[in-house]
Design a protein around this ligand. Sequence first.
Ligand code: GDP
Length: 296
Amino acid sequence: FSRLRKGLGRSSNRLGDQVSGLFTKKKLDASSLQDLEDILIEADLGVDTAMAITDRLSQQRYARGIDADELQEVLADEVEKVLAPLARPLEITGEAPFIVLVVGVNGTGKTTTIGKIAAQQAAAGKKVVLAAGDTFRAAAVEQLKIWGERSGCTVVAGAPKADAAGLVYEALDAAADADVLLIDTAGRLQNRAELMAELEKIVRVIKRRNPDAPHAVLLTLDATTGQNAMNQVDIFGKTVGVTGLVMTKLDGTARGGILVAIAAKHKLPIHFIGIGEGIDDLAPFQAEDFARAISG
Ligand code: GDP
């Protein structure tokens, strides 16, 4: 929590300061409520949540004014209301191998997140196989191999520019007696049609082996990108049927507000947050902590 708070509170424009600044100067009236709504929308929380917060504040209880602490409490409370139903740990149980497809735009943290999940699972005694399905970028393959070494997991990688679905086919064989198979994928949005065709083909290859798989399709979102993250949920959601979210880089930004808007719109489970580049820097998503960090 302290790291999350430090991250979300790093910027000089942190939401809590802006909001309390607004109310130490003014009384709570229609114009200051409008200012507050603007700040909340500017912070990417989304119109619905922004309005819910200002509506609540305009109620009788606060008619005579409100202090900064009370205001932050209302803010945290409303944010938590949106997020709490979606805070769900990724449950890697049941059928083995449990097959997880990880998708997302390049640079959002797919490979790193896979490495971190692999380390957690390996530490829990699970046999984990990693598939270097981003065959397009040699650096991504190398990166995944390094994560495999760190976490002591097998990595299945192909020749440079190999067919990604073919590589996944090989990985399914290699993971036949494993507990978990984590599949990295390409994320070059510059050629969206080609990428989506590639992802669809990967899903087909998996389903041919096991119609119930992939058991999870995780979308990684970079918290520093604000509104882009919303578009990415739309794009990947339509093609591969995202089952849950991982929001990365929350250690380095005050811009986590978009997660609230995404949650309100898409109602997708939020499994993890990334709070650093290290192997231990992946935490289960906690709605209350997040709400307090973003509002405080
Ligand atoms: P990919 O292209 O989606 O596979 O993204 P990578 O996993 O290669 O990550 C891109 C960059 O973001 C790397 O430099 C990572 O170290 C960094 N990164 C990933 N997750 C986090 C995080 O939670 N916090 C921070 N600070 N950096 C991260």
